[in-house]
Design a protein around this ligand. Sequence first.
Ligand SMILES: [Zn+2]
Length: 370
Amino acid sequence: MYDLVIRNGRTIRGERLEIAVTDGKISEVAAVVSGRGQKELTLAPGELLSAGWIDDHVHCFEEMDLYYDYPDAIGVEKGVTTVIDAGTTGAENVGRFYQLAKAAKTNVYALVNISKYGIVEQDELADLTKVQSQLVAEALKQYPDFIVGIKARMSRTVIGDNGIKPLLMAKEIQAANEKLPLMVHIGSNPPELADILAVMEKKDVLTHCFNGKPNGILDQQTDCIKDFAKDAYERGVIFDIGHGTDSFNFHVAEKALAAGIKCHSISTDIYIRNRQNGPVYDMATTLEKLHLVGYSWEEIINKITLAPAENFNLAKKGRLQPGMDADFTIFTIADGQKQLIDSNGNVRTTAEVIQPVKTIIGGRIYDNQL
Ligand SMILES: [Zn+2]
């Protein structure tokens, strides 16, 4: 007898799918599971099932003033089973974040900011005495299952007069710690995007990849994707959405797609203000925007399950296979008119909406319908 059997599921490709769960792990995946479950959940016609959605760029340490939210408000309540907080905290306060995060229903991980107090203030990399490799190494040792990488924010308001130097320090910290995943935020210059990308290597994650700023990947004079951005993409730098208040532009995403550049992972950069007031609102709304740009639903789901799990070494997540954590998102895709707004105020109308119905985390079922 299994703990839970999910019946009558369909994948995004329309294939029949049933899943059995024991002790919070997937024990069987089949078109039809023959054994019974202590609990059985039968999906309604039209309900789709995927591995649990992963949002790899959020801000959910509630004790911060600048960028904060509550893990469950952006996670389980929005169909997202796992969130990765992208550098809200540094080595000095990641422990406090861990204490709070472990009480959440949502799975929470952290990228530790290379600056030791994280984003307490907007310019956390203006004073480089706050970047200490030793402190990051100690935090990693103390929270090995919580910290999944490091974060460096490389834009004008953050770095003071330090140019590219904080990124070079991040690369040194990365090299000293078993090639930890590194996420780099981009925005207004300085530093120049060309200089940032010149330092980034295969598998490093570039977040805010489709921002609409002059220092983004699109040359605003020629309306073409910059050559050095194409080069970085071809070298294997990972392009991550990181929508946020200021960092997703429909036109840039469309021009990139036309140039053969698709983002690898889709994330929201959500926190309380852009959740409540937009333009982010939630993961589903972000997915609708990428669909409108021209991504198929199948690839969209891949970019919030398998892709982020691989990028951040979440070995038990992102796949529907025996032995994986029993994290699932049940959702519908239906016809419906909805206005979508990007970070620059451009409005488009989608004819298809995606809606999480239930979120299952470690085999526990949470209802998303109001
Ligand atoms: Zn962010």
